[in-house]
Design a protein around this ligand. Structure first.
Ligand SMILES: [Cu+2]
Length: 403
């Protein structure tokens, strides 16, 4: 089973043995064995209780009554890369659906900041950070086929915060290189929810802080509403994933480079322990949503901004605009209105709606402004349209007041 052996991880392991067995300790915490090269050497007697419960859950499903899927219609949802959203209806049509989605756990080298050369062996769903946005309605089922490519170095799985049971599906979806699994879960809670990889122990934050997270939006069947129950509709979605990276540096302060996914494991643990990210970026890299990559809108258009942060709190602010309606939690709750800065609980996705009233460039930032300007957490909306002097006017351009 040499294909499951990751030479880089073996090297990392050796380094850690010399440094105090950081890796060995982490591996023990993972229990089920989060490294691919542990795949074929299970030691059942050493499995922690959690692993036994997970096996029991899988067995219990075999013995449980099959789900009644009558009345459901099967549809495929083609997932698209952020910041875009898949085609969907804002108000559900017909009865409940089984929404089939497909994701691959792709490990790829990504540039985080071109200016400094910072890069990361990102662990991704479908090759993007964040992973693709999935949209369904309350009462629908999401049926995910999760495939781990043969050339992967690592084990992956997925924990859907929107789902119920088995660690959000994490306990039922561990896939090693060359494996695939299918998980179906019912969307019972309307709102935006994060999903992320959770192989076990220290591998959980390692995978999450290497990009392996994304969002599901579960819309009410009759769509979004204000506090009085009036319908709220959007013209477009801007799907923004905030990613904190903890990239190792060498003794000269330069970002280190690695040959393969997983090779940075020991160094990453050291960096993660500082709880001080080297980068907080939107959609995987500094500048991923600015300049030529800026988000586009027109005056009069309503944008639903979906913000995902799987690991850390954030506080988005649209400079020059507002959150007309903000759902920090459930779509069942009335939205906050007229919000200047909203809150993203770490391990959460949420939504804010705004209708642009002026043209120009709007910066969408994490209003920890250090993180926005020094660590990368900034996006731009470029808005076209007619200026409204009744809302704002430069009465006197900056001039010297000395005669
Ligand atoms: Cu993973």
């Amino acid at each position: 089973m040499t294909k499951f052996i990751n030479p880089g991880l073996t090297q990392t392991s050796r380094r850690n043995v010399l440094r105090g067995s950081v890796l060995a300790g982490a591996a023990a915490m993972t229990g089920a064995g989060a490294f691919a090269n542990q795949r074929r050497t299970p030691v059942p007697r050493m499995q922690p209780p959690a692993a036994r419960f997970i096996e029991a859950e899988a067995q219990a499903q075999v013995q449980a009554a099959p789900a009644d899927l009558s009345g459901y219609t099967r549809v495929k949802q083609e997932l698209v890369a952020p910041p875009f959203a898949p085609a969907h209806d804002q108000v559900a049509t017909g009865g409940p659906k089984i929404i089939e989605v497909y994701m691959e756990t792709t490990e790829k080298l990504m540039v985080v900041d071109e200016d400094t050369g910072a890069e990361v062996w990102a662990l991704t769903y479908n090759g993007s950070v964040p992973g693709p946005l999935i949209i369904c309605h309350e009462g629908d089922m999401v049926e995910l086929t999760l495939r781990n490519p043969v050339d992967s170095m690592m084990e992956h799985n997925i924990d859907f915060h929107a789902s119920t049971g088995a660690l959000g599906g994490g306990g039922l979806t561990h896939v090693y290189p060359g494996e695939e699994t299918v998980l179906r879960w019912k969307a019972t809670k309307p709102g935006c929810f994060t999903y992320h990889c959770a192989p076990g122990g220290a591998m959980i934050p390692y995978h999450v802080t290497h990009g392996m997270n994304g969002a599901v939006m579960v819309l009410p069947r009759d769509g979004l509403k204000d506090a009085e129950g009036n319908p709220l509709r959007y013209d477009s979605i801007a799907y923004i994933g905030e990613q904190d990276y903890y990239l190792p540096k060498d003794e000269f302060g330069d970002y280190k480079t690695y040959e393969a996914a997983g090779d940075d494991y020991a160094d990453s643990l050291d960096a993660m322990r500082t709880l001080t990210p080297t980068h907080c970026v939107f959609n995987g890299a500094v500048g991923a949503l600015t300049g030529e990559n800026a988000l586009q809108a027109k005056v009069g258009e309503t944008v639903l901004m979906i913000h995902n942060q799987a690991n850390r709190d954030s506080r988005p602010h649209l400079i020059g605009g507002h959150g007309n309606y903000v759902w920090e939690t459930s779509f069942s709750d009335p939205p906050l209105t007229g919000v200047e800065t909203w809150f993203v609980r770490g391990g959460t996705a949420m939504a804010a709606m705004y209708t642009f009233e002026q043209p120009g460039v709007y910066a969408y930032v994490n209003h920890n402004l250090i993180e926005a300007t020094l660590l990368g957490a900034a996006a731009h909306f470029v808005v076209e349209g007619e200026w409204n002097n009744a809302l704002m006017e430069q009465v006197v351009a900056p001039r010297s007041f000395e005669t």
